[in-house]
Design a protein around this ligand. Structure first.
Ligand code: HEM
Length: 142
C-alpha cells in the first residue's frame, strides 16, 4: 500500500465544467429572486453569469479561459461599477452556499471553498469608498 492515491481536484469535485455551470445557474436563480441583491446587478444577468462560470472554473483548477479572454481577474477593481455593501456580500455568500447545497456538493468541499470565498466577498465591499464607478464591460485588465 502506498498513500499515493491520485488526488482529485476541487474542479473535479465540483463536477468540472458542467457542474460549475449548473452551480452558477442555481446561484443566479437565487440572486434573481432576492430583491436586495438583485438590485446590485444589471438588468441583463447573462454576461456576468457566463463570466462567473469561467472564473470559477479557473479558480477551482480548470482551464484559465477567463484570463485568456479578460486578462487578470482583478476582481475588486471589476466590481467598482457596482455598489456592494456588507449586506450584499452576506447575501452573495448565503446564495452561493445554498446553491452548493442544492447541487449536492459535499460539505467538506463546500467548506474548503468557503474558507477562500468568504474573505474574497468581504474584500469586494466598496459601498462607502470613493472608487471609479464607470462600467468596465469586457475590458482586458493587466
Ligand atoms: C460580495 C458580493 C458580490 C456581489 C454583490 C457581486 C456582484 C457582481 C456584479 C453586480 C457583477 C457584474 C455582473 C455583470 O457585469 O453583468 C459581478 C461580476 C463578477 N463577479 Fe461578483 N459579486 C460579489 C462577489 C463576488 C465574488 C466573491 C466573486 C469570486 C468568486 C465574484 C466574481 C465575479 C466575476 C468573475 C464577475 C465578472 C467580472 C467581469 O469579468 O466583468 N463576485 N459581481
Amino acid at each position: 500500500m502506498t498513500d499515493a492515491a491520485p488526488s482529485v481536484s476541487l474542479f473535479d469535485r465540483f463536477g468540472r465544467r458542467e457542474g460549475i455551470s449548473a452551480l452558477v445557474e442555481e446561484f443566479y436563480r437565487r440572486v434573481e429572486a432576492d430583491p436586495p441583491i438583485r438590485a446590485v446587478y444589471p438588468d441583463d444577468l447573462e454576461p456576468g453569469k457566463q463570466k462567473l462560470k469561467l472564473f470559477l472554473e479557473q479558480w477551482l483548477g480548470g482551464e484559465p479561459v477567463y484570463s485568456e479572454r479578460y486578462g487578470h481577474p482583478r476582481l475588486r477593481r471589476r466590481h467598482f461599477p457596482f455598489v456592494i455593501d456588507e449586506r450584499a456580500a452576506g447575501l452573495w455568500l448565503k446564495h452561493m452556499r445554498q446553491a452548493m447545497d442544492a447541487r449536492g456538493i459535499a460539505a467538506e468541499d463546500a467548506s474548503a471553498v468557503f474558507e477562500r470565498l468568504a474573505p474574497l466577498a468581504r474584500h469586494m465591499v466598496n459601498a462607502n469608498e470613493d472608487v471609479p464607478r464607470e462600467p468596465l464591460g469586457d475590458a482586458r485588465l493587466q
